[in-house]
Design a binder for this molecule. Structure first.
Ligand code: ADP
Ligand code: MG
Length: 342
């Protein structure tokens, strides 16, 4: 298949390049022409997904497509921006039609659920890599920023932490089959899904939009990402480790101690971590509850710099950093821990 036919066949389908009134011209010309609503700012973010770094080349192409878009949507959620458009830079070693079908389906299922439309991109031959740039709308006065947390705010997350790290252990097959089997199919499936099919918390961000002071999405690990938010805001945090949301599936897989480690330092969860003014906490929690969206309290913003547990002991700000060999080790560590236990 030639490049033109490939683009035509895969990328102009209505579930990916869905119609929107603000797309004056979509895929097919040299540029797309897009209309930003009056008074709104354009929120722009980009994330690359490389085979062997962000996903395993032999992974399910449906999940690769879903995940590549999900991690970008998660950044829009973290600013409370409304998703609008995305562009796709795709490098492929060869044209594998079934692979591309599944890849596009994964991306399209999430794109149509979130109302975001593919408006352009570039397709080249090369090692498998996917770069997505998302565009959303946000009121520049009320956009959530990392820098706006205030001493006394309460800290919440939108769901369990560490499940994706558990899913990665299972995917890397660094836990024995017998041990994984003890976990049962449902537990394994939940952890795998957390890693392979992360859910961007756009809806939670929409509901919480009026209440939040500061937010970040947890991609590199809870402590690392909370640390970024706190550094930007010039404050610290006290976290009640006993209230960290850790799934029983993760505890079954890794044991309590390693599960806590995965919740604190494992990446890829894409939960939102938000800082809410105390006065707004109750109404925000009620709004989430009414919508069936979890919002779990885990700590508070304090004046002293650093992150501390409920006994005032400092916690290290561990996380995943591509340029730090220790981080690469760390991803393997969680897997190694699970192996040791069997
Ligand atoms: P040009 O050579 O002018 O840059 P291309 O041949 O690269 O144009 O692309 C033709 C059209 O197809 C453009 O509108 C471009 O945005 C779109 N396109 C190319 N690759 C992709 C892709 N991976 N996803 C979405 N649109 C794409
Ligand atoms: Mg081009």
């Amino acid at each position: 298949m030639q490049e033109f036919d490939l683009i035509q066949h895969f990328f102009t389908r209505s579930t990916l390049a869905q119609a929107r009134d603000d797309i004056l011209l979509g895929i097919g010309d040299d540029c797309a022409l897009l209309q930003v609503p009056a008074g709104q700012a354009l929120a722009v973010s980009m994330d690359a997904s490389l085979a062997g770094v962000h996903f395993m080349a032999e992974a399910d192409p449906y999940a690769i497509g879903w995940r590549a878009l999900a991690v970008n949507l998660s950044d829009l959620a973290a600013m409370s921006a409304e998703p609008a458009w995305f562009t796709l830079g795709l490098s492929l070693p060869h044209t594998d039609t079934p692979w591309l079908e599944a890849f596009c389906q994964g991306m399209a299922d999430l794109a149509s659920a979130q109302g975001i439309s593919l408006v352009g991109g570039d397709t080249t031959r090369g090692p498998l890599s996917i770069s997505i740039q998302v565009h959303g709308f946000v009121n520049p006065q009320t956009a959530w920023k990392r820098s706006k947390a205030q001493v006394g705010d309460l800290i919440y997350v939108t769901g369990p932490l560490g499940d994706a790290a558990g899913g990665l252990c299972l995917e890397m097959a660094q836990t024995t089959i017998e041990h994984a089997a003890q976990l049962g199919f449902e537990g394994q499936d939940a952890l795998r899904r957390a890693y392979l099919l992360p859910y961007p918390h756009i809806e939670a961000a929409r509901i919480l939009r009026p209440y939040v002071h500061a937010a970040i999405d947890i991609s590199d690990g809870f402590l690392a990402d909370l640390g970024h938010l706190l550094t930007a805001s010039g404050c610290g945090a006290r976290i009640d480790l006993s209230s960290l949301p850790i799934s029983s599936a993760l505890q079954d897989l890794l044991g309590d101690e390693a599960a806590l480690g995965a919740a604190l330092a494992g990446g890829d969860d894409y939960q939102l971590c938000i800082s809410l003014p105390r006065a707004q906490a109750q109404v925000a929690c009620e709004a989430c509850e009414a919508a069936g969206i979890p919002l779990l309290p885990i700590g508070e913003v304090i004046e002293t710099l650093g992150i501390f547990d409920q006994y005032h002991q400092p916690l290290p700000t561990l996380g995943y950093n591509h340029f730090n060999a220790a981080s690469i080790q760390q991803k393997r560590l969680a897997a190694a821990i699970s192996r040791q236990r069997v």
